[in-house]
Design a protein. Sequence first.
Length: 368
Amino acid sequence: MVLRVDSGVKAIRELKLKQPKAKVILMTPRGQKLTQKKVHQLKDTALTDGLIILCTRYEGVDERIVELEVDEEISLGDFILMGGELAAQVLIESIVRLVPGVLNNEESIVNESFESEILEHSQYTKPREFEGATVPEILLSGNHGEIKKWQHQNALDETVKRRGDLFSGPVRPHAHVSVALMHYPVLGKQGEIITSSLTNLDIHDIARSCKTYGIERFYIVHPVRLLRKLAEKIQTHWLEGYGATYNPNRKEALELISLVSDFDDVLMDMESRHNRLPKIVVTSAIKFGEVKSYAEFRQELLIEDQEHLILFGTGWGMAPELLDRADVKLEPIVGPTEWNHLSVRAAAAITLDRLFGGQQGGISNFPR
């Protein structure tokens, strides 16, 4: 069953005789998914110009109605109803509750789920204990300031755990994150353990990526003193020499660099600064053991009160002895082809963007 174009257009135009500026909304599975932000926008439109909601049965409407009269198409989600009537009622209720005077307590609107891109905090009522499950003590303390803090943190934790997809902007990790570029022990082309060469491009580009995504420190790990001295000379040029005034932005990035001879020196430095060892995170071009998706680890970074160290390998990848020390193994970066030979600086940029960058399903205006 499809709504005829002549009938549909006639109905809409008759309604517009009373509300000429009214916006026409079609409820359809192909429409934009309804969000609380969109509900607020529609509420404002309804109060100023009016809304006409078109809802049909079964197959929908003649496409010419959409072309001639519909201003916006909206869907409640990725599922199908027999008709748009219930969807229209849901839309109407979501809008009406925002109209001033409809709810007795205006503050209740602000504190609801989705109003600040996080879910509402968990709710409790009497009795205090039921079958071993108890109300958190802080909620019984009478300390309103501490209760408010608990509610805010609980709302964040529940959102990360249940609906991490609500966040859509840059991640601000709960604790510090550093990066280490490993030149030993890494693999050669034949699978042997080698010491790889240090390159100027890796120094500059990975430092710039680290600065962009808020990494605390960028460790360059190389056992050869001569190459560390070369890297130090490059860094000094941009921190103190002509490069510092020529390009101050580059100076800010290279200030993150710390040159060390051994991986354990990295761990000792992080432990001295934070009084505990970091979690070690590794990546690899091939899948090895049990891996974690970027989405899963991104959510963990929001709530886990633990420093992290992300390792990137040069040469043909990190040696097994490094991979075996990892607490977290991230899934490989793959494209639509079988070819998989990214440079380490490209892999580092992609990894940091997936973990900390703004994206659909990430974290927007993350509250602190």
